[in-house]
Ligand binder design. Structure first.
Ligand SMILES: *Cc1c(COP(=O)(O)O)cnc(C)c1O
Length: 427
């Protein structure tokens, strides 16, 4: 399919092109294994000498069609679905970093990823330095070490709503000979395509807007195919030196621009097995087919509600990328000119206590450990998702103790505004 097509057309049609007489909608290949007539054919698959399917823990046709759609949306050379966003970020990092290595990460990231990088990877022998993404290039340069393998950040932080200066981070990462990995969950490729700004690998929690209906947990890694691993041969020996578990195959030699994503499948999926179920990949595809339409509505509604909150006397602050008061307004104008997402962060003048009082007063916005789907929901990270963090860590992660995260769904804006107005009046 031509990659000159607009994003909405790709949302609907990319990744799966049925032949005559085949099902119009993506078929679900609900099978663990695939049949062959002789052992040589199977052996070629096991040696990565032939393309094909043999066991769904490594790859499945339904998943691959959906991954191809997301690769087309992001402008990458290949993609792999994972069972969750956490698995996607873990695989993306662990694919090129191992015990003894080091990662530089922006600090304003999702709490789950903060734990993954700061605690669990540390236990696996990978050190992480968190940096304030607004820091100067000099300060950022100081975070690098000889064993740094990658830079990580979120294009639009959850729930910090900080906008990553992707070009700046890519420039710094590349100057140190490492790739930039960007979690693009919140804007989705409808509003931002990090590869176009210099990122090398993109990840998503597809659980959020891509699915969009709260039905299936999932993730994806997209390989931009842009990073020159061979130019840093020794640093990325995992890609440029023989893999003994595949008879000495060298990923960069055999797979060229797809080396990273093929290795992620061939090694990490094989050994850790966090594959997305084909059934969930089917649901994800249904979500993707309306992603461009839904993102428009999420943003139009959130924009109106953010302005309402900003003008409300009980509200202390509002963070939404298109507001003039947003600390990263200039970056939002540059990277998110068509809109950002439906998530708003705000704080009440009554602080942490008022936040906890407001939430049960809302009728339409329900309390959920979730964001970014058709249901409007609300969360107080300090007492929910981020409760294991100290106040200091909360502030560093962009989730101040009084922060309320409001995720605007697809209900009518008038009803959501009336709900908020009534709840605020009762405080
Ligand atoms: C939700 C989320 C994740 C984790 O994804 P799961 O699908 O819940 O595992 C990672 N990054 C961001 C930005 C998220 O919002």
């Amino acid at each position: 399919m031509s990659n000159k097509l607009h994003i909405g057309t790709l949302c609907v049609q990319a990744g799966y092109e049925p032949q005559n007489g085949e099902s119009r909608q993506l078929p679900i290949v609900q099978s663990t294994t695939f049949k062959y007539t002789n052992a040589e054919q199977m052996a070629a698959l096991f040696d990565l000498d032939a393309e094909g399917y043999f066991y769904t823990r490594l790859a499945n046709p339904t998943n691959d069609h959906v991954a191809a759609k997301i690769a087309a949306l992001e402008g990458g050379v290949g993609a792999m679905l994972t069972s969750s966003g956490q698995a996607a970020n873990f695989y993306a990092c662990f694919n090129i970093a191992q015990a003894g290595d080091h990662i530089v990460s922006a600090s304003g990231i999702y709490g789950g990823t903060f734990n993954l990088l700061g605690n669990t990877l540390r236990k696996m022998g990978i050190e992480v330095t968190f940096v304030d993404q607004a820091a100067s290039e000099e300060e950022l340069n100081r975070a690098f070490r000889p064993n740094t393998k990658l830079v990580f950040g979120e294009s639009l932080g959850n729930p910090s709503m900080r906008v990553l200066d992707i070009q700046k981070f890519a420039r710094i990462a590349h100057a140190h000979g490492v790739p930039l990995i960007v979690d693009n969950t919140f804007p989705t490729p409808v509003h931002l395509r990090p590869l176009e700004w210099g990122a090398d690998i993109v990840t998503h929690s597809t659980t959020k807007y891509m699915d969009g209906h709260g039905v299936a947990v999932g993730g994806v890694i997209v390989d931009g195919g842009t990073f020159d691993w061979e130019a840093h041969h020794d640093r990325f020996a995992c890609l440029t030196e023989p893999d003994d578990t595949y008879h000495g195959l060298v990923y960069t030699q055999k797979f060229g621009r797809k080396a990273f994503i093929v290795k992620a499948t061939a090694q990490l999926m094989r050994d850790f097995g966090s594959i997305q179920s084909p059934q969930n990949a089917f649901y994800l595809n249904l979500g993707l087919q309306s992603l461009h339409v839904r993102m428009r509505q999420h943003c139009a509604s959130a924009e109106q509600i953010a302005r309402f909150l900003e003008n409300h006397e009980q509200v202390a602050w509002v963070t939404y990328p298109s507001l003039d008061s947003h600390p990263d307004k200039a970056l939002a104008d540059k990277y998110l000119p068509d809109g950002s997402c439906g998530v708003i962060s705000f704080g009440l003048k009554g602080g942490r206590e008022a936040a906890m009082k407001l939430i049960p007063l809302l009728q339409l916005a329900t309390v959920e450990t979730h964001v970014a789907d058709c249901y409007t929901c609300v969360l107080h990270p300090a007492s929910h998702t981020h409760r294991q963090m100290t106040d200091e860590q909360l502030i560093a992660a962009g989730a101040a103790p009084d922060l309320i995260r409001l995720s605007i769904g697809l209900e009518d804006t008038e009803d959501l505004l009336a709900d908020l107005e009534a709840a605020l009046a009762q405080l």
